[in-house]
Design a protein around this ligand. Structure first.
Ligand code: BES
Ligand code: ZN
Ligand code: ZN
Length: 489
């Protein structure tokens, strides 16, 4: 964990000092740098480009920010992450990179992005390495004026980024280690730390609550399921604009069940709880961000295995809202556990619901590995989420929920089946979920199958779990306006 401080002078103990530089002919070049060396190394001040050169008292990291008129919080975040990686063998550094940021960028936003980027860039997962060499950065001294606003901005950025790292840890932990029991225990520890209310349903309570989707998926597993409900309420004296439900898919490992995946197909399937982890990540930072809304997170947790009594293709499940589902493909399990979670979320009559799920390979085919699919039944609510994603630099793209595709889910024996036709799988999955949202409740669905997990380091994302969704959801909660009851369909 990096501690951020502010001060006007470079302390003698600083092992490295970082300066920012914009690209382009008329960009200011900080004094005292050997530009001959930098030019020779091909330094062009591109966003995130970092070169370490020798300085008078200590090495200097020169951090590129790209063209001055294109510097945004996202650029600063990326540059700060590169800096944290380049300085990973140092404990104490000083930074004045924000001096090169034009005034058009809000100062608090820039400071938040700096703290976020450095914390996220310094992340690595080493729990199972016998010789883990974690990033050593401990102290970052931000050169410039201090004061409450500055400290608060740095602290918020750091708290949000730590919540993202908490999600990454959960996602990176192997499925055989992060069982539903452990996942729920970690949620309880987090809730206690943050002073949040939490209820954890065990197998008996899940049976009592008739969560037929969760029980159906869990049937092939030796590990009992869990269902976590965790809530936050704003200070009673503070503004409260309503309530939001966050629902996250918590499949701790997806083998596909009897409709088994290929060996390659299940290699990354420990990531199938990324939506649930993101919901817990939001809750982990919510007290720090203090949005003006009540927030409840719902996370159904189980693995999807193929034990001797696993759900068979053709079996019919009765979900928590009483609707029946013919399971024709046991690999379409996420929607089954989400059906229960959405049904429970609706009972509390929230002003809006958003679910996050690594739901379909089809969404990855459509949008690639970095962009999430965003769908919903209420334009105003979907807009709020898309705007939040834009602000936090997480990438989403709207997909439709065509009414006439619903017929693809018709079943001859039950209210619906759990798969649609061969094409448009992300949309039919979304349409399936819409059956479990009570009429009139604004609902949005984020298919994060692509961006939840990555095999390439890029900007502030590191290999493995990315923690996608935490930052945009926190932003959406802070800026929440109750959408008027479902205006579209
Ligand atoms: N967990 C997978 C989706 C997934 C795929 C997430 C790749 C991340 C990366 C999900 O449970 C699944 O297997 N969906 C099936 C649905 C199909 C059987 C209708 C899929 O996408 O193939
Ligand atoms: Zn699956
Ligand atoms: Zn899955």
């Amino acid at each position: 964990m990096i501690a951020f401080r502010t001060g006007r002078k470079i302390p003698a103990s600083a092992e490295l000092h970082a300066v920012g530089v914009c690209s382009g002919g008329d960009a200011q070049r900080p004094d005292g740098l050997d530009w001959g060396v930098l030019d020779g190394r091909g330094f062009e001040a591109n966003p995130g480009q970092v070169e370490i050169v020798s300085g008078q008292d200590r090495p200097i990291a020169v951090v590129g920010l790209g063209p001055a008129d294109k510097v945004t919080a996202a650029v600063i975040r990326r540059a700060a992450a590169s800096l944290a990686r380049s300085a990973k063998r140092m404990k104490r550094i000083t930074v004045s990179i924000l001096d090169a940021v034009p005034d058009s960028v809000d100062r608090a936003e820039a400071l938040r992005a700096l703290a976020e980027g450095m914390t996220l860039g310094a992340y690595s997962y080493g729990d199972f390495k016998s010789e883990h060499k974690p990033n050593k950065l401990e102290n970052v001294h931000v050169i410039g004026p201090g004061g409450r606003a500055v400290t608060e901005a740095l602290e918020q950025g750091q708290r949000v980024a730590e919540a993202v790292c908490f999600v990454r840890d959960l996602v990176n932990e192997p499925g055989g280690s992060l069982t539903p029991i452990r996942f729920a225990e970690l949620a309880e520890e987090m809730a206690e730390r943050e002073g949040l209310e939490i209820t954890v349903l065990d197998l008996d309570a899940i049976r009592e609550a008739e969560l037929g989707g969760l029980l159906g998926v869990n049937r092939g597993s030796d590990q009992p399921p869990r269902f976590v409900e965790v809530s936050y309420a704003p200070d009673p004296e503070a503004e409260c604009r309503g309530s939001v439900a966050l629902v996250g898919k918590g499949i701790t490992f997806d083998s596909g069940g009897l409709s088994i995946k290929t060996g390659t197909g299940m290699m990354t399937m420990k990531c199938d709880m990324s939506g649930g982890a993101a919901v817990l990540g939001v809750m982990a930072a919510i007290a720090a961000v203090a949005p003006p809304v009540k927030v409840t997170g719902y996370v159904p947790m189980t693995d999807n295995m193929l034990g001797g009594d696993a759900t068979r293709p053709g079996d019919v499940l009765t979900m928590a809202n009483g609707k029946t589902v013919e399971v024709l493909n046991t690999d379409a399990e996420g929607r089954l556990v989400l059906a229960d979670a959405l049904s429970l979320a609706c009972r509390a009559e929230p002003d809006a619901i958003v679910d996050l799920a690594t739901l379909t390979g089809a969404c990855m085919v459509a949008l690639g590995p970095k962009v999430a699919g965003l769908m919903g039944n209420n334009e105003a609510w979907v807009d709020q989420l898309a705007d939040a994603a834009e602000r936090t630099g997480e990438r989403v793209w709207r997909l439709p929920l065509p009414d006439d595709y619903k017929a693809q889910l018709d079943s001859p024996v039950a209210d619906m089946k759990n798969i649609g036709g061969p094409h448009g799988g992300a949309l039919t999955a979304g349409l399936f979920l819409s059956n479990f949202v009570e009429e009139g409740i604004p609902w949005a669905h984020l298919d994060i199958a692509g961006p939840a997990f990555t095999d390439a380091e890029d900007g502030e994302t590191t290999k493995g779990g990315t923690g996608f969704g935490v930052r945009m959801l926190l932003d959406a909660l802070v800026n929440f306006e109750p959408p008027s009851a479902s205006e579209d369909d």
